[in-house]
Design a protein around this ligand. Structure first.
Ligand SMILES: C[S@@+](CC[C@H](N)C(=O)[O-])C[C@H]1O[C@@H](n2cnc3c(N)ncnc32)[C@H](O)[C@@H]1O
Length: 254
């Protein structure tokens, strides 16, 4: 999210999102569906969840697979919340949140059986991310990421301009799969996130937060701009959702 609002205040953006259940489009059902393509996880398996936010998908992973999960995010407030949630759910022995950057991972070569990342790889770039993360995956290990894409070869200028400002490398599914292949992964599966991942789980829950924020920061121009930006993102989705979305890509390191 903050990649799309670089001009706005990083601390405010994080304060806004830290209270949301999700910080990007997605759903538990999609996380579980993506997991269904990944085999062979055991109690000894090691999983990384990069750009984890407050850990909505991390907890879904922990409840549905074996192994230990290291969840990493740039924002300390999200990691604090993730670790508190893990403790509340009794998952603290298997889930650990750490602060760090996904383009400079503090892990060992070939450490992981699975690298997960929902709604976050665009922050460092799809190609760069897949190449960098591959070094931390065991041979035969999997990655699963969601990433923005165009559904069509052409789209209206208004939406193209909006997204290319935020995700300059945004492209179509064929291009993204060819990047996976070039990076040395078998393309195992890919599927488009349904609309409810955006509308019910991302835009609608933000409405109350936006009112709350405008009240808390009355007459703060930065906050007003930020909320206007969030609302425009939702309006543009309603208008142009046939042109773009998120795809879950699952690949296996060769
Ligand atoms: C759209 S949110 C997705 C969060 C969560 N995975 C979800 O789907 O709810 C993107 C996340 O990436 C994190 N992020 C951005 N740049 C990052 C970086 N370089 N390293 C680690 N995390 C980063 C942000 O702090 C934010 O939590």
């Amino acid at each position: 999210m903050e990649d799309r609002v670089q001009a706005l205040d990083f601390a405010l953006i994080n304060e806004y999102f830290v209270e949301m259940e999700r910080q990007g489009p997605g759903s538990s059902e999609s996380t579980i569906k993506a997991l269904s393509f990944i085999g062979n996880l055991s109690n000894e398996s090691k999983i990384a969840d990069l750009g984890c936010g407050t850990g909505c998908q991390t907890m879904v992973l922990a409840k549905n697979i074996k192994g230990t999960i290291t969840a990493l995010d740039l924002f300390p407030g999200s990691i604090e919340k993730l670790n508190a949630t893990a403790s509340k759910m009794g998952l603290q022995d298997r889930v650990k949140g750490i602060v760090g950057s996904m383009d400079n991972l503090p892990f060992q070569s070939d450490e992981f059986d699975l690298i997960w990342s929902e709604g976050a790889i665009a922050n460092i770039g799809f190609e760069k991310g897949l190449n960098h993360w591959k070094g931390f995956l065991k041979k035969g290990g999997f990655f699963a990421v969601t990433y923005e894409l165009w559904f069509t070869d052409e789209r209206p200028a208004e939406i193209e301009k909006w997204w290319l400002g935020a995700v300059p490398e945004m492209n179509t599914i064929g291009h993204n799969i060819s990047i996976m292949q070039k990076a040395g992964y078998i393309p195992v599966a890919s599927f488009t996130l349904p609309e409810n991942c955006w509308i019910d789980n991302y835009f609608i829950p933000q409405k109350a937060r936006q009112e709350e924020f405008l009240k808390k920061y009355a007459e703060n121009k930065t906050v007003e701009d930020m909320i206007a930006f969030m609302r425009r993102e939702a309006d543009l989705y309603s208008k142009y959702k046939q042109y773009y979305g998120y795809v879950f890509y699952i690949g296996q390191k060769i």
